[in-house]
Ligand binder design. Structure first.
Ligand code: HDE
Length: 705
């Protein structure tokens, strides 16, 4: 093949020191296929001779349209993007498996629940809802928790959230709530934030959202990472056994590591320090073999329970407290493999609520019914054609035969003559046929009544469970909810919207409404909103709804950040590392320079991070292991000072060596340090410290954030 013309002048490259940066043909430094690399080809398989220069008429002349390699390369690049998801645009996925504990045949004929210990492959995508694809991970937002089970009877998608209720009762309001929550359309900001007028305007006019509002103003919307989130199917579904008996079910995911959240002041700073905080966390955990795990739980109930329960089980703004209906754990999900390519898998995965398998069926929840329409529709827009199920991430992993054919990007067409049925071609040639016994049977639920656009009366109580959620929280969590509402409503510019919200909060709890009004500087509470149904005060608190009432008591899966300087005791660092490893946690070293420090015994300890890039907000706890001289270098460093003041303000446990006292004094910590500060001298201290870290935070610090 003829070589592309090579320029000989003016493109030899620029020399910096002894390194030559080539601007020309690349010939000088670029490796060639002849050196053992794969041969570069274009998308048609043609070998490429020169990938550095376009084809030109004369070295300094115009480019030639004949350069099909260039055209193809740029053409493909120009079309790399597909539309981001209209909601849940920012997400991160992982592969894994679901392992069934015991047969659930009495409840469901779903194949994946039949055999003890059987594993079903899964792909999970976690997401935020409101932000764009490039937004930061720690937006205050609901998290998506979507699981695709590749079962032997087709794919089952459990497309849930990390909150068990939703904003609205009817799918027809979905575009409105989402428009209101996303950036305001004229300004295109704020993104990934509900702290703006449009959101609170809509919410304050939508009493059915009040229960969900309590959840989103709670710590649930600031997860420490995906690994520490619960998941919920939200709607009531049905399990159907082989005899056709149906049982209602609510699906739950329980993280083995427990539920954990960050606090708002941390979230704001994490977004700056590491906008990919949650992605990085999942990536690191899986790449280092710390596979996150969740247990799948069923809350099952029959028609009688449904008829007697305080609220309508078809209303997605309501939950069933676990104290009333315990969650039965039926299996575990382990995520053990990251996608090889983000776009191919995580971006192209298409979840659809209507993907259910024989043995799982829908209820008449009007939100679920609407979703079943939406998800197929959205795939056509995003993935560009009806053959999105041919993409490996979406294709079932069980045998699949049908007469669908053609369309954009068809990878699998029926082979042979028969592309319709019935046909009389017989045998294999005739193609697949249906099976009454094996096929999906919709439960024959009776339905009758006039065609109406009307909410049932049983959906009318909008405040009682909002109140129940509030009283189920610990005082610290309640304070966070007050703070969140004060923050968000302070960003609202139109005073009447703030007042309208306070009117609703009064129906939830007078004292709570008052505390928000105090935080906003509103002297007089407005009248309470007129409720469709008066708030019930008799619903018992549900401890299961609180994060802090359910501590895990271990530091496993968490991260300790250790700030070190020259003169650090290397043995202490080793002892701390050993204790952290034994606890199943991770330790990272932070130093004034990433090259590390010289320990007191003269050895060099290399750091994971330069202090500027690893503020204390990215760790669950910190230790400050400094030498007498070394600490002096920290006093001058603003990031080192912030490291300490933030750890203090965020109620973090702080292990320290004596010389750290100078740094504490420099940033104005009280002389009389509280018990969240743990002196570290010996290996034994290191062990005790790590055990203490199981408490996660030292809340008893009056001047925290
Ligand atoms: Fe979704 N939702 N949704 N949603 N949803 C989408 O589908 C929709 C709702 C949820 O990681 C879209 O593929 C309607 C509740 C998750 O890819 C879209 C309604 C819950 C994900 C859509 C709801 C969810 C989506 C956008 C009201 C929790 C991300 C892109 C009736 C139980 C899945 C896409 C992923 C994504 C529609 C309400 C969870 C447009 C119409 C309630 C986790 O189809």
């Amino acid at each position: 093949m003829a070589r592309a013309p090579r320029a000989t002048r003016g493109n030899k490259g620029v020399v910096y020191g002894d390194q030559q940066i080539v601007r020309g043909t690349g010939g000088e430094t670029n490796q060639r296929a002849e050196e053992g690399y794969d041969l570069l080809t274009d998308a048609q398989g043609h070998p490429v001779a020169d990938d550095q220069n376009t084809l030109r008429q004369g070295v300094r002349g115009p480019a030639l349209i004949e350069d099909s390699h260039f055209r193809e390369k740029i053409f493909h690049f120009d079309h790399e993007r597909i539309p981001e998801r209209v909601v849940h645009a920012r997400g991160y996925g992982a592969h894994g498996y679901f392992e069934n504990y015991t047969s659930q045949a009495d409840l469901t004929r779903a194949d994946l629940f039949q055999r003890e210990g059987e594993r079903t492959p899964v792909f999970v995508r976690f997401s935020t809802v409101a932000g764009n694809k490039g937004s930061s991970d720690l937006a205050r937002d609901v998290r998506g928790f979507a699981v695709k089970f590749y079962t032997q009877e087709g794919n089952w998608d459990l497309v849930g959230n990390n909150i068990p209720v939703f904003f609205i009762q009817d799918a027809i309001k979905f575009p409105d709530i989402i428009h209101a929550a996303k950036q305001e359309p004229d300004k295109e900001f704020p993104q990934a934030a509900t702290a703006h007028d449009n959101f609170w305007d809509f919410i304050s006019l939508t009493p059915e959202s009040m229960h969900m509002v309590m959840w989103i103003m709670s710590d649930r919307t600031l997860p420490r990472s995906f690994r520490f989130m619960e998941g919920f199917g939200v709607h009531t579904f049905r399990l159907v056994n082989a005899k056709g008996k149906s049982t209602f079910v609510k699906f739950h995911w329980k993280p083995k590591l427990g539920v954990q959240s960050v606090i708002w002041n941390e979230a704001v700073k994490i977004n700056g320090a590491d906008p990919d905080f949650h992605r990085r966390d999942l990536w690191n955990a899986i790449q280092t073999g710390n596979f996150p795990e969740w247990e799948l739980g069923f809350q099952t109930f029959d028609e009688e329970f449904a008829a007697n329960f305080d609220f309508d089980v078809l209303d997605p703004t309501k939950l069933i407290p676990e104290e009333i209906l315990p969650v039965q754990l039926v299996g575990r999900m382990v995520l053990d493999r990251m996608p090889e390519n983000f776009f191919v898998e995580t971006e192209q995965v298409a979840f659809m609520t209507q993907n259910v398998v024989p043995g799982i069926d829908f209820s008449n929840d009007p939100l679920l019914q609407g979703r079943n329409f939406s998800y197929l529709d959205t795939q056509l827009k995003r993935l560009g054609g009806p053959n999105f199920t041919h993409l490996p991430i979406n294709a079932p992993k069980c045998p699949m035969h049908n007469f669908q054919q053609d369309g954009h990007m068809a990878f699998h067409n029926p082979a042979g003559r028969a592309n319709y049925e019935p046909n009389s071609w017989g045998g294999k040639i005739g193609g697949p046929r249906e099976s009454v016994e094996r096929g999906f049977q919709t439960l024959a639920v009776e339905a009758d009544g006039p065609k109406v656009r009307q909410r049932p009366d049983t959906f009318a109580d909008h405040y009682s469970q909002a109140r129940q959620f509030l009283i189920s929280q610990s005082p610290i969590e309640q304070q966070h909810m007050t703070d969140a509402l004060v923050f968000e409503l302070s960003k609202v510019e139109v005073p009447t919207i703030r007042l309208r919200m306070l009117g609703h909060l009064r129906n939830i709890d007078e004292a709570f409404a008052q505390s928000v009004a105090d935080g906003l500087g509103i002297a007089e509470l407005p009248p309470a909103a007129t409720p469709a149904v008066a708030t019930r005060n008799d619903l018992a608190a549900s401890d299961a709804l609180s994060i802090l009432k359910n501590p895990v008591g271990t530091f496993a899966g968490r991260k300790l950040g250790v700030l070190i300087t020259d003169g650090v005791d290397a043995k202490l660092v080793d002892a701390l590392k050993a204790a952290i490893d034994a606890a199943g946690a991770v330790m990272e070293l932070v130093a004034p320079m990433v090259g590390g420090v010289v320990a007191s015994d003269g050895t060099r300890i290399v750091a994971h991070h330069k202090i500027d890039g690893a503020p204390s907000v990215v760790f669950d706890a910190v230790a400050i292991l400094v030498g007498d001289e070394g600490v002096l270098s920290l006093l001058k460093l603003p990031p080192a000072r912030d490291f300490v003041t933030d750890a203090y303000a965020h109620y973090k446990f702080v292990g320290f060596t004596d010389p750290a006292a100078k740094l504490f004094a420099r940033v104005g910590l009280p002389d009389d340090l509280d018990d969240g500060f743990v002196p570290l001298k010996t290996a034994r201290d290191a062990k005790t410290f790590v055990t203490t870290l199981g408490q996660m935070r030292f809340w008893d610090r009056p001047d925290g954030a």
